[in-house]
Design a protein. Structure first.
Length: 147
């Protein structure tokens, strides 16, 4: 890439960072209302990943597209792993063991669990969560090892 392209990319990223910084209170309020978690909780990890990508770009710029390609493949594998779980186990979705529909019952309550599980189905709910994590992780691992 030429210098002009790098400058345009950096200016775009700086503008996006400025917008996020400007509206960070609104973003945090929106996320708190929906999940109760701060959207900036992984900011340090994101900055570390960007720093590593910058080192790769400085040391060997030829490898940058390869790294982005591998990341994209692993993300697609996670997405496909989720859908494999949904297709393989259509009647055993983890959200089927919740007392109320999680999509309509939004909001964070500090003194209560996020979503109540139907009494007596705690073990089945846990098994469904672990099963989904294993299916998605195996799909991601298969694609990652295939690279």
């Amino acid at each position: 890439m030429d210098l002009f392209t790098w400058i345009m990319i950096l200016c775009t990223l700086a503008a996006l960072a400025g917008l996020v910084w400007r509206y960070r209170a609104d973003i945090t309020t929106w996320f708190d209302r929906r999940t109760g978690a701060s959207p900036f909780r992984m900011a340090v990890c994101g900055l570390a990943a960007l720093a590593c990508m910058a080192v790769v770009a400085a040391v060997s710029p030829v490898q940058l597209p390869v790294a982005v390609y591998k990341l994209a493949l692993v993300l697609v594998a996670g997405y496909l792993g989720y859908w494999c779980d949904v297709w393989l186990f259509p009647y055993s979705r983890p959200d089927g063991y919740l007392v109320r529909n999680w999509e309509t019952d939004q909001g964070f309550k500090a003194d209560a669990p996020d979503h109540a599980i139907v009494p007596g189905y705690e073990t089945v709910f846990s098994a469904a969560l672990i099963r989904r994590a294993i299916v998605v992780g195996c799909c991601m691992l298969a694609v990652g090892l295939g690279l």
